[in-house]
Design a protein around this ligand. Structure first.
Ligand code: SF4
Length: 247
């Protein structure tokens, strides 16, 4: 179930290109507090915006089932941390989840493929249930960006990406079958945010291809509108033809 392998390879290259990154091991006792429901941060209370208008932004959640990769849970920061930022800044938040393959069922059967699609959607939707205090996230499934307003009080009270990372990790790691999770925050202006945004779009397309296969589409690859995705994503063809029982 390595549908996102090319995306993860590109992400590994981004990490390699930014060796000055900061890394923090998962520490649940250092999580930033949450509120019960979505909290508005008004413009007058906002210290700065991340990923706002005219700035780079991207957001995606990717899954691997390889035991040896992405096996430590933690937070990575590439660029300035929240306490160092003074103005509106480009921003991406990327998540990699290491999942037990059993979470996706047997993807060579229709039932298993359905389970895989529902699981991937569920993992992506976790972000809609995290309300970090003073950190108003506006995310869009249509443009794959994430925009954040940071409250002045949150800054005064010591908010940081490490603490936020632990908050996100608490949510991901409580899901049965998630063996490890990595949250990556990027604010470095040298990062190619357009490329990350293209990958965020690709992650979405891969998941939706799974859904379209389940809806029942022709099995002639040369006539299929999903061919560009299947050409790039190893495992997609097996998934389709496995489901159809075509070997
Ligand atoms: S395997 Fe072929 S027919 Fe199936 S979705 Fe991919 S391109 Fe289309």
């Amino acid at each position: 179930m390595e549908l996102y392998q090319t995306i993860l390879e590109r992400l590994e290259n981004v990490l390699k290109d930014h060796s000055e990154r900061r890394e923090y091991a998962y520490n649940p006792s250092m999580a930033w507090p949450e509120t019960e429901r979505f909290e508005l941060v008004m413009g007058r209370d906002c210290a700065f915006e991340l990923g706002g208008q005219g700035k780079g932004a991207a957001n995606y959640t990717c899954v691997t089932t390889e035991e040896d990769h992405w096996k430590e849970s933690g937070t990575v920061v590439i660029g300035k941390d929240l306490q160092e930022i003074r103005e509106d800044t480009s921003y991406a938040r990327l998540v990699v989840l290491n999942a037990d393959p059993a979470l996706f069922g047997d993807t060579s059967s229709r039932k298993g493929s359905e389970q895989a699609f529902r699981t991937l959607q569920k993992l992506d939707f976790v972000k809609y249930h995290i309300f970090a205090k003073g950190y108003m996230i506006r995310t869009s499934t249509e443009n794959f960006r994430e925009q954040v307003r940071v409250h002045k009080d949150a800054l005064k009270n010591g908010i940081s990406f490490e603490k936020l990372g632990n908050t996100f990790l608490n949510h991901y790691l409580e899901i049965e079958g998630i063996r490890a999770a990595t949250v990556i925050f990027l604010t470095d202006p040298s990062v190619d945010y357009e490329a990350l945004l293209a990958d965020a779009r690709k992650v979405h397309e891969i998941t939706m291809t799974l859904s379209r296969i389940l809806e029942g589409i022709p099995t002639d690859c040369s006539m299929c509108s999903l061919k560009p995705i299947c050409d790039e994503v190893e495992g997609m063809r097996e998934l389709h033809f496995g489901k159809e029982g075509m070997g």
